[in-house]
Ligand binder design. Structure first.
Ligand code: CMC
Length: 395
């Protein structure tokens, strides 16, 4: 039975029904559980939006408090897990470390990761809070480890402040929370909270569809996120902007190379598999860059370069005709840099932000009584039937 057609990259294939995120790429619309991203960015904060994405409703004050408490109570990682860190070379790529350490959660908490949907869902609230909180702690741990710094224990403070403490407190000096920094971090994480059936989320669903537990499915999602066309793009954008800065160029070289059509030379932070319009998250972050830098009293030459590059691209026939606009990654690195987060950690920050979306999608798969294992077909284009030739008779 031959299949005549297939859908390259599943670009036009709906793989599931979902109630989590609405995305209209032609008109640049993004809504979580019905709430426009612009309203959430303006009025909500990461933990509340995470709750919304996972549970479907904005939390009541009581629910918000309980969720926050669970995140705080589950922030620490098992002390044995420190030994996993110790096994890595100091310069190990952060995403490589993150995938391994997150997948180890299934081994540390086997009673929550049984690979039996019914049992795993019975503990879902706890497992979800553990996942979000521990991924955040692990990312900070990776930073401390890579820089040869002692690990910090989490404190009884809100989620983002805790991250900044885990990252930047020193034995001789506690990190002092700066409201603008906390707000900007909240915004960056919130804007990444979910994004429909992107590569990593589809991966989480696919792995989950086999019956795999949440932690294992999340680790697979983090692997998918690491690629330069997905989560790795935020790092690549900063490397590109830095190179333009160092060369004293105006970006012409990168734009010309991008137009060659080679995948390796794409303009990073531009284009999107679904948006044929400005990514609404890029608009929010682009605006926030000015506000945040201003509030922190900082300037960043890379922001000026990014703006000039955007201007050039948006006036170029190649980008216009293909409807290529800045995506979420184009400006996010500039804010993270202003917060003191090193470029090498950018994609791991994306992982923290996206964790609620992955969790919500895993939950949809695990709770769907009609769900079946994800198992796409293919169009076979290899050799037709041929007969085995013994090795002595092969020319
Ligand atoms: N620079 C130059 N050309 C591009 C770019 C780009 N950034 N993006 C797409 N194109 C070209 C592409 O080669 C194709 O050209 P042609 O029609 O001549 O063959 C045309 O534009 C249409 O491409 P598409 O179908 O819109 O792109 P896609 O769905 O295959 O890929 C993408 C989407 C996001 C992987 C791609 O735009 C890209 O590689 N962008 C740069 C990497 C990036 O910024 N990724 C972050 C995405 S948003 C956050 C996330 O998901 O992690």
């Amino acid at each position: 039975t031959g299949y005549l057609f297939y859908d390259q990259g599943y670009g036009n294939t709906g793989s599931c029904e979902s109630q989590i995120t609405y995305l209209d790429g032609d008109n640049g619309i993004l809504r979580h559980r019905g709430y426009p991203i612009e309203q959430l960015a303006e009025q909500s904060e990461f933990v509340e939006t995470a709750y919304l994405v996972i549970y479907g409703e904005l939390p009541s004050p009581e629910q918000r408090k309980r969720f926050g408490t669970m995140l705080r109570e589950n922030a620490a990682i098992d002390t044995q897990m420190m030994r996993i860190f110790d096994g890595f070379p100091r310069g190990a790529p952060p995403m490589g470390m993150l995938t391994s350490i997150v997948s180890s959660l299934a081994a540390y908490y086997p009673h929550l990761a049984t690979n039996n949907f019914e049992k795993d869902l019975a503990n879902f609230d706890l497992t979800a809070a553990m996942a979000i909180s521990k991924i955040r702690t692990i990312v900070a741990g990776i930073y401390r480890y890579r820089h040869g710094l002692p690990f910090n224990y989490p404190k009884d403070v809100p989620f983002c402040d805790n991250f900044l403490h885990l990252m930047f407190s020193e034995p001789y000096k506690e990190y002092a929370a700066i409201p603008e920094v906390t707000r900007a971090l909240n915004l960056i994480l919130l804007l990444h909270a979910d994004h429909e059936q992107n590569c990593s989320t589809s991966t989480v669903r696919m792995v989950g569809s086999s019956g795999a537990n949440l932690f294992t499915s999340l680790a697979a999602g983090i692997c998918a996120l690491s690629g330069p066309l997905h989560g790795g793009a935020n790092t690549a954008v900063m490397q590109m902007l830095q190179a333009i800065h160092d060369e004293g160029d105006d970006g012409t070289r990168f734009i010309a190379a991008a137009k060659s059509g080679s995948k390796a030379n794409r303009l990073m932070g531009f284009g999107h598999a679904v948006y044929r319009n400005y990514d609404p998250r890029a608009r929010i972050i682009g605006h926030a860059c000015d506000v945040v830098l201003n509030k922190l009293g900082k300037t960043d030459p890379l922001l000026d370069i990014a703006k000039r590059l955007e201007h050039s691209a948006l006036n170029d026939e190649y980008f216009l005709s293909r409807k290529l606009y800045p995506n979420v990654d184009f400006y996010s690195g500039i804010i993270m840099r202003a917060l003191g987060i090193p470029t090498e950690l950018f994609t791991t920050m994306f992982a923290i932000g996206r964790s609620p979306g992955w969790i919500a999608n895993w939950k949809e798969v695990a709770s769907n009584p009609k769900g079946r294992i994800y198992r796409p077909r293919q169009v076979y284009v290899g050799p037709v039937k041929r007969d085995y030739v013994p090795i002595g008779k092969r020319g």
